[in-house]
Design a protein around this ligand. Structure first.
Ligand code: ADP
Ligand code: MG
Length: 236
């Protein structure tokens, strides 16, 4: 990405996005002409019933898949039809992922898990461990840096995953049901952490089917049959 693109007002712009699966004679429009803009600094929840296109949108947002047609501008850069190698580069450099199941590496300590993306980005050991400790502190895990994931509670494991997702200072955090494996009290803790990160300027896009969780975001986008059914609290 060149210098100018850093100044795009939008973390994400979708223009008339389609994702069409052909199955025998049938076609399924998983995304059926979606246009949306997610401003930098925003906190969006993507909602909708099963089969409405949430996972498809998440995969495209996260540069894990490409649309059939239409444009996706990530931080001003058209990534709609990039080859796989370039997309994995974009993911590593510009995106942060948080999953329902944490996806930590069990053999690595907390700080090593947090530092892992920086290893792939080629940071030297000392710099990446310094950054990992700083991020570990930011998510409240100062005293757990040398522990293994199995020694942590679910909420603590999700904090590690959040710190790891922040390591590359991503354009946005993409959270897929981030509280789906947590009890109610811990879910609130994690959502409060995401809100704090958002207040500090981080753009967050969260897929969730839980209205209570979605209510914490500043804006909500509701999908239905591959289309945007409703937008709350944010401009299209
Ligand atoms: P959600 O995550 O909201 O449940 P999905 O994005 O997974 O919805 O799916 C949207 C629609 O696209 C559904 O009708 C689903 O069956 C269809 N679909 C998703 N992935 C594929 C695929 N790989 N092949 C065929 N159809 C698919
Ligand atoms: Mg899904």
């Amino acid at each position: 990405m060149d210098e100018n693109e850093k100044f795009d007002k939008y973390a994400v712009r979708f223009e008339d996005l389609y994702k069409i699966y052909r199955m025998g004679g049938n076609e399924v429009r998983a995304l059926d002409g979606v246009s949306a803009k997610f401003e930098k600094g925003s906190f969006w929840a993507i909602m909708g019933p099963s089969g409405s296109g949430k996972s498809t949108m998440l995969n495209i947002l996260g540069c894990l898949d490409r649309p059939t047609s239409g444009q996706y501008y990530l931080n001003g850069h058209d990534v709609s039809q990039m080859p796989d190698d370039d997309l994995s580069d974009i993911r590593l450099k510009y995106l942060g992922f948080i999953f329902q199941s944490f996806n930590l590496i069990p053999q690595l300590s907390v700080e090593e898990n947090i530092a892992l993306p920086l290893y792939y980005l080629g940071w030297p050991l000392q710099k990446r461990m310094e950054r990992a400790r700083e991020l570990g502190g930011m998510v409240g895990l100062n005293k757990r840096l040398s522990h293994r994931p199995s020694e942590l509670s679910g909420g603590q494991q999700q904090r590690v995953a959040i710190a790891r997702a922040l390591a590359n200072d991503p354009v946005f955090l993409l959270a897929d049901e981030p509280t789906g494996n947590l009890d109610t009290a811990t879910s609130i803790e994690i959502i409060e952490l995401l809100k704090k990160l958002n207040r500090d300027g981080k753009t967050i896009i969260m897929v969730t089917h839980e209205p209570d969780i979605a209510a914490h975001a500043n804006s909500r986008l509701v999908m239905r049959d591959g289309k945007i059914q409703k937008i709350e609290g944010g401009a299209l």
